[in-house]
Design a protein around this ligand. Structure first.
Ligand code: PNS
Length: 177
């Protein structure tokens, strides 16, 4: 699509939540194309592999496939954005607590690339307390995450947590490291 306005939506997506999906849907109303960019560098050991995170995102954004693409990226976000011809980066802001980190990141990105704008979007109120980390913690401790993640992701979480439990049992209950 030449001349189409492309925006990046970067993140770890470990795993994608309904809050992320809400932001993707909002971005689709503002931009012609949305490129969901999955970071290969995640600080903590991710629960899901890069391939699994990409696959889940592709599955849940399938109804938006005319506008949404999902890709992995490594290195600096600004380099990737310039290479892909993106005009802006979307980040979701759920509460004031997100703001400090997001503000720092957007200013650092601006320092690295003056032309790249950061656009903050606010998800639906129902998702303001939602994060991938909380979803993993709740699901890991046997709580329900129905309604917080797409049903496909809920199934994948159950499978993944069951296989992690088996792995731990087989290794005699010892923790990694
Ligand atoms: O979902 P997250 O973990 O909050 O996403 C953070 C992410 C991946 C967007 C951020 O860490 C990032 O942009 N990483 C790429 C490396 C980079 O450009 N670092 C400088 C950011 S100012």
């Amino acid at each position: 699509m030449s001349g189409a306005l492309l925006v990046l939506y970067p993140g770890s997506f470990d795993p994608v939540t309904n809050g992320h999906l809400d932001i993707i849907q909002r971005a689709c109303r503002l931009f012609d194309r949305v490129l969901v960019a999955v970071s290969t560098q995640v600080d903590k050991r991710p629960l899901f592999s890069l391939e699994e995170r990409l696959e889940m995102l592709r599955e849940v954004t399938a109804p938006l496939r005319r506008q949404v693409e999902v890709e992995a990226f490594d290195g600096l976000l600004v380099h990737y954005a310039v290479n892909r011809g993106a005009k802006a980066v979307i980040r979701g802001i759920r509460a004031v607590t997100d703001f400090d980190y997001e503000f720092q990141m957007s200013l650092m990105n601006r320092r690295l690339c003056e032309e790249l704008e950061t656009v903050f979007l606010v998800p639906a109120e129902a998702y303001t307390y939602l994060s991938s980390s909380l979803v993993k913690e709740v699901a890991g401790l046997g709580g329900s995450v129905t309604g917080l993640v797409p049903s496909q992701v809920e199934r994948k979480l159950e499978e993944k947590l069951a296989s992690e439990r088996d792995r731990r049992k087989q290794s005699g209950g010892c923790r990694d490291g």
